[in-house]
Write a new protein. Sequence first.
Length: 244
Amino acid sequence: MAFCTMQFFSPALQKACSMNVILPDRQAGAGPFPVFYLLHGLSDDHTIWTRRTSLERYVEGLPLIVVMPDGGRSFYCDAVEGPAYETHIVQDVIGFVDRFLNAIPSREGRVVGGLSMGGYGAIKLALKFPNLFCSAASHSGALAYTRRPELISEFRRVFGPSYRDGKDCTFRLAETVDRFLLPAIRIDCGVDDGLLGENRAFHEHLKALQIPHEYEEFPGAHTWAYWDLHVQDAIVFHRRALKI
């Protein structure tokens, strides 16, 4: 297994960018390999998953590439006033991986997950671009982004004035997603997490829409101890979708 930091130029952002990548070892076979895109939270960067969890140990021996891009404070969206991180992920990052790594370049070989802002990003990207991902998992996701009044000005910069129900709203995207390309969805949240209410609300929304999904609540809060434990559940979930 190899751990790499890759620098590349992003046309969408018009700047040099970095991402961390875990590559499978020789025992995993010759490939091509499916790819797990793993997104960070609001205050972190592309290094955080391997600094704060045992992710490398959890994917050891699997025929799986793990890609951890930097999403800034973008919510993985093309900001109304700011950089185009959605385009960066779906075109520049995925395009780089498909061109230069030994990756399966199709929906059947891509999954996405993340925590908090990245949990929102994973669900949003999978619902908005179901042709790109076959499964999505969210841990403690900021799925409604309404619980942090101190961030309203930032939400408006990213999403515009209708940030609660605009084009990047997970609730609205769930209503319009192509059911023939619907990705497998998993959502979990800690019972002591401040974002629990919006996770429950999104779960109920998916139930009302009759969209199949996994939803679980566990002991824990908005902490790395929680995410280190439950990213292991997400890996099992994604492996089922990828059939590995």
